[in-house]
Design a protein around this ligand. Structure first.
Ligand SMILES: NC(=O)c1ccc[n+]([C@@H]2O[C@H](COP(=O)([O-])OP(=O)(O)OC[C@H]3O[C@@H](n4cnc5c(N)ncnc54)[C@H](O)[C@@H]3O)[C@@H](O)[C@H]2O)c1
Length: 313
């Protein structure tokens, strides 16, 4: 019997969650999605008729023990406020969704004796570290956004629950995930701006920000395959991304090349796109590679695939 047979996916109607659900359904797993956003339902509407699929339109802060079926083995916990810029407008958002929400999910797991939690954390927890590529065991962790702080706090709660209540957790700190069902982020932003004005592209910051962009299918393979390959753990943390990085100006050039456009680039200036943005993020992925995970797509391929998806959808 596999580790994952009957699972909950919080945030399963979102970008990464819906790609995860697609693979789980294709592998005949029983899936219950908890998501509060009815606008995201199109990403999962194909599964609503399946007997192996359930959708709970609810906030993770409001779900209760009685909402979850018996015999659930695994919770993929992806529901979160995932936009650093939003937390600049409302300083309680990340605390409520990402910390309190995680705590409620952990409490339900404890009461229902659900043993496995697979969590979507973020490279944002590392803040502006000088240690590049950044390994999971970096001691000096100083987030610079409320989002990064909330993910670090959630990791700490998950770790404590594992130690206290016999659960296991695999926590994944993602780099920038791109691809099918993307509905925000820099590639989405560039494509939408160029649809409005193909002659000029506004680029936030100075364009020298450097990040790794990896395909959502590789992210999903990390979330499912690494827990299957690395079972003898208590609370393990893995970075997920690719080593190849792309500067934002280069990313803009790739987007324009895919769209066959040649706009003038206009920079808003400064070393970052917004407050809380980390200008250079490069994660060490050695740990994930060592357990046998391998991303299929390069950064450039992932960016090009995303542009094609956004144009064709
Ligand atoms: N996309 C990335 O590059 C990236 C990078 C690092 C980490 N992550 C993490 O991966 C996860 C998924 O991100 P995504 O990019 O798919 O974002 P997304 O916004 O598309 O998905 C998040 C989903 O969670 C739901 N949600 C949010 N708060 C909720 C709540 N309180 N109750 C119920 N549902 C709630 C939203 O409705 C949404 O459908 C998040 O935890 C995010 O922090 C994403």
């Amino acid at each position: 019997m596999s580790l994952i047979e009957k699972c909950i996916v919080t945030g399963g109607a979102g970008f990464i969650g819906s790609n995860l659900v697609e693979r789980l359904i294709n592998e005949n797993k029983h899936v219950t999605v908890v998501d509060k956003d009815p606008d995201r339902q199109p990403f999962i509407s194909n599964y609503l008729q399946l007997t192996t699929f359930k959708f709970l339109l609810n906030d993770i802060n409001n779900v209760e023990v009685s909402d979850f079926d018996d015999d659930i083995d695994t919770v993929f916990h992806l529901a979160a406020s995932a936009d650093i810029k939003e937390s600049l407008k409302d300083a309680k958002l990340d605390l409520e969704n990402n910390v309190n929400g995680t705590h409620n999910i952990l409490e339900i797991m404890r009461k229902k004796d659900i043993k496995n939690i697979i969590f979507s954390s973020s490279s944002a927890i590392y803040g502006e570290t000088d240690v590049i590529p950044t390994p999971e065991d970096l001691g000096d962790i100083k987030p610079i956004s409320l989002y990064g702080a909330s993910k670090l706090a959630a990791e700490a709660f998950i770790t404590a629950y594992c130690s206290l209540y016999g659960m296991k957790s695999w926590m994944f700190r993602f780099a920038n995930v791109v691809g099918k069902n993307e509905h925000r982020g820099v590639i989405f932003d560039f494509v939408k701006k160029l649809e409005r004005n193909p002659n000029e592209l506004e680029i936030l910051g100075d364009g020298k920000q450097e990040k790794s962009f990896f395909d959502v299918s590789d992210c999903v393979s990390g979330l499912i395959d690494i827990p299957m390959m690395d079972t003898n753990i208590l609370a393990e943390i893995y970075n997920l991304g690719i080593l190849e990085t792309t500067k934002i100006t280069r990313l803009a050039e790739i987007v324009c090349d895919e769209l066959k456009l040649n706009p003038k680039f206009r920079y808003t200036g400064g070393d970052r796109g917004w407050k809380g943005d980390v200008p250079v993020t490069i994660l060490s992925i050695e740990k994930a590679l060592n357990v046998g995970w391998k991303p299929k797509y390069s950064g450039e391929e992932s960016i090009r695939r995303t542009v094609r998806y956004l144009v064709e959808k």
